[in-house]
Write a protein that binds this ligand. Structure first.
Ligand code: ZN
Length: 268
């Protein structure tokens, strides 16, 4: 199975990075995408990704929380670094009107610029949308015909939002959010509605630990080795088997990020 979203540059992993990766491999995670959310950690993501070029890939972009940092200089840095062979997508970019760490105007500007850049560079986009679906789609839609591919990572929206994404062939990233009895309840009902060629899986670690893991680590830190736990839950909700779901979502990740030429052949 393949984890399409890991915040591996987080401080949370500095202490025992090697062990975290070792556990992920042992758990059957055959590769992962390291998420870049600022220029600094996108650079760090490239450094980590170079440690094993058959296991790691990364994104480069400015997360909506940091959209206030957007500048011409940042734009040209992203543009320059995006051609690096480890970089497979522009993002994480999008809108987050739940937290509003940057103003709406700043977020919309940085998002639009990154989507435009992705079309120009013919690269997929790694997207984040929270409480902003209408504005998110109004920025994204005009670019869709020219976009290589798009992933709405950590999807937690409504059924009508899901249907709109699917109408535009956008990939849907599902996290351990579905393992949260309260917050994940609505999302669980939508899991069977996602066509199998649009579904990818992610931990978004160190955030969003699947809350029903037992025993729950006292640190509450999520890590990629918990991906099988999420797969198990998704398989149950879809009436699918774990092996089939692992293979399908790995295939989708390969296709979405165009990894077919260099990912390990082992499936699962
Ligand atoms: Zn996100």
């Amino acid at each position: 199975m393949f984890d399409v979203g890991v915040n591996l540059t987080s401080q949370e992993f500095i202490r025992d990075y090697d062990k975290v990766i070792q556990r992920a491999r042992e758990a059957g995670v055959i590769g992962m995408i390291i998420i870049g959310t600022t220029i600094l950690n996108s650079r760090q993501a490239i450094v980590l990704a170079e440690k094993d070029t058959k296991y790691f890939w990364s994104t480069i972009g400015i997360h909506p929380h940091y959209a206030s940092q957007w500048s011409k200089k940042i734009y040209s840095e992203i543009r320059k670094l995006a051609v690096h062979p480890r970089i497979v997508a522009i993002g994480e970019c999008g809108l987050d009107f739940y937290r509003n760490f940057s103003t709406k105007k700043e977020q919309m500007y940085a998002f639009q610029a990154q989507v435009e850049l992705a079309t120009e560079l013919d690269m997929p986009v790694f997207l984040h949308c929270r409480d902003a679906h209408k504005d998110f789609m109004s920025i994204l839609t005009p670019w869709i015909p020219n976009l290589k591919a798009a992933l709405v990572h950590c999807f937690t929206g409504t059924q009508s939002e899901l249907e709109i994404y699917l109408e535009y062939d956008i990939y849907i990233g599902i996290t351990g959010w579905i393992c949260d009895k309260k917050r994940g309840k609505e999302l669980c009902k939508l899991i069977p509605l996602i066509p199998s060629n649009r579904l990818v899986i992610e931990t978004d670690s160190p955030w969003l630990i699947p809350k029903d893991i037992f025993p729950l680590p006292s640190s509450r830190r999520n890590e990629p080795s918990f991906l099988p736990h999420i797969v198990q839950k998704i398989a149950m909700l879809r009436g699918d088997n774990i092996l089939n779901l692992s293979n399908t979502t790995t295939f989708n990740a390969r296709k979405l990020f165009n990894l077919s030429s260099n990912i390990r052949n082992t499936i699962i």
